[in-house]
Design a protein around this ligand. Sequence first.
Ligand SMILES: Nc1nc2c(c(=O)[nH]1)N=C([C@H](O)[C@H](O)COP(=O)(O)OP(=O)(O)OP(=O)(O)O)CN2
Ligand SMILES: [Zn+2]
Length: 148
Amino acid sequence: MIRITKIFTFETAHVLYNYDGKCKNMHGHSYKLFVTVKGKPINNLDDPKNGMVVDFGDIKKIVNSEIIDVWDHAVLVNGDSPHQELGQDLEGKGHKVIFCNYQPTCENMLYDIAEKIQNKLPKEVQLAYLKLHETENSYGEWFAEDNN
Ligand SMILES: Nc1nc2c(c(=O)[nH]1)N=C([C@H](O)[C@H](O)COP(=O)(O)OP(=O)(O)OP(=O)(O)O)CN2
Ligand SMILES: [Zn+2]
């Protein structure tokens, strides 16, 4: 079994409803996301993907379409909180708003990312690990063995 990792960056704003610190204010991060999948490398001379667990390019397509294209330069708001109104106001003024059904912390974003990616991976490949940096010094991790 081999693990392979692809790294992504995206620029996203968020606002934490009822948080007791500076992040109750809308602000942005240059998020850095590490996506690690595991599987057995293909061993077949006739397969163009010979030697690969999965083509890095295929991971890129999945993560881009599920996460990066959706969240990049958007603002994440907790749609299950009074911030729903704030989000609607911004959206009405032409801004890109993502209404989450959770508080958009690093932790909850990881759960969401894991669910979205797992649903799209080929069946012979498993999501093994995610790491999401909010800042250079603050990050969360998701491990398959903790969540399956
Ligand atoms: N457990 C969590 N704590 C905090 C989260 C979070 O998602 N999970 N988020 C925030 C803020 O959104 C933001 O990330 C600020 O975090 P923090 O590390 O406190 O910010 P700094 O600017 O001090 O970061 P440095 O990298 O240390 O400069 C708050 N807490
Ligand atoms: Zn933040």
